[in-house]
Design a protein around this ligand. Sequence first.
Ligand code: AMP
Length: 227
Amino acid sequence: MSIATQSTDSGLILALSKGRIFEDTLPLLEAAGIVVTENPETSRKLILATNDPGVRVLIVRASDVPTYVQYGAADFGVAGKDVLLEHGGEGLYQPVDLNIACCRMSVAVNAGFDYETAVRQGARLRVATKFTHTAREHFASKGVHVDLIKLYGSMELAPLVGLSDAIVDVVSTGNTLRANNLVEVEKIMEISSRLVVNQAALKLKRARLQPIIEAFEKASALQTKQG
Ligand code: AMP
């Protein structure tokens, strides 16, 4: 299904989220000759111009990037594996792991909570998370019974106030967990961000998209090698 600007407009639309994904994508765009000429941190605009009149950038919530690309409202985007697993990836072509915005998806509990024993004894765990699909799969694969509590942010608060026994969240430095007296007890998976492309756009706009995909691929491989 595609409701889009794309059949009438030959320009390209890229969906990005503010913050780390936006910042880490800028050098990749520059490698493709594209410079974003407005700053989403200071501008209130949701559609940003670039030096190329044929390329515009949509600023959307990280979890909405796959949806904009799936329906063709954006031709391509950058989304974390965490977000893509929750979305399901339908209608998306995922040609490149960009190795940016790297972190991990983990289980964390209050510092005093004996997670190993609770899991071993088959206790029913209350787990708060935004990532319900990933959490359900993870605990099902371990045979652990869980009650999932869906939250939309500040997961770290849930165990502190007794809303849950554990959380499933993305962790980067671990500073947020430490600041809230939480302990990471299990790593579920490594997370990085991927380039996602609308499947119809890839066919209809291949001539414009292919060089950008290749430039992203080369620049991210180079960064990974150097980093
Ligand atoms: P940290 O304190 O560095 O471990 O960062 C953890 C906080 O930042 C959590 O609230 C996460 O939701 C968020 N976070 C860290 N890295 C990422 C990432 N790559 N993508 C999305 N959220 C992240």
